[in-house]
Design a protein around this ligand. Structure first.
Ligand code: CUA
Length: 181
């Protein structure tokens, strides 16, 4: 049993490509190049994409920043849980939020229409930052401090939900941002 294979005559591997095929390759290539640059452009043009900065930081060093920030601007303990401080930093300042199993700390209170530099990092494993009901998403990685400038344009209570599986208490991991008028 077996089969035989007879190559076609002549130097078939060097035959010129059919014209329509060249045309299709050119169309596909131009589209790839267009989409590649569009992907970069969309980062700046697209309203929903936030340009963030990122720095390397040790979890202990970041934890210290969060502690100092909390100590400096705590205004009260939260009604829902008196063990949670609510921190109200002045407009224009740096806001430090830390994710750790299983809590986003501290709770913060911001003012509508004012800008803040929001810093995010994790003290242990990967966590998610999903701001509800706005549906703004980031990831928090240990070892990296991400900074993004935010200007809340609505007031009310916003919950931070961890949407990155981080362990047995993942589904209970929350944080909160209050925005005052
Ligand atoms: Cu933190 Cu899931």
């Amino acid at each position: 049993m077996g089969y035989s294979f007879t190559p076609p005559a002549g130097n078939w591997a060097n035959e010129p490509i059919e014209r329509t095929e060249v045309l299709w390759i050119m169309i596909a290539l131009s589209y790839c190049i267009f989409v590649f640059f569009w992907m970069i452009a969309w980062h700046w043009i697209g309203n929903q994409n936030m340009a963030n900065e990122a720095y390397k930081v040790l979890p202990e060093a970041y934890s210290k920043k969060v502690e100092d920030f909390t100590a400096k601007y705590t205004v009260r303990q939260d009604k829902s849980d008196p063990s949670l401080p609510v921190v109200a930093p002045p407009p224009g300042s740096d806001v430090y939020l830390a994710a750790s199993r299983f809590q986003w700390r501290p709770l913060v209170e911001l003012q509508q229409g004012k800008s803040y530099r929001l810093h995010l990092s994790s003290l242990d494993v990967d966590h998610g930052f999903s701001l509800q009901p706005e549906n703004i998403n980031w990831q928090a990685y240990p070892g990296y401090e991400q900074v993004v400038t935010i200007t809340p344009n609505k007031h009310g209570q916003f919950d931070i939900i961890c949407n990155e599986y981080c362990g047995f208490g993942h589904h209970t991991m929350l944080g909160r941002i209050y925005v005052k008028e």
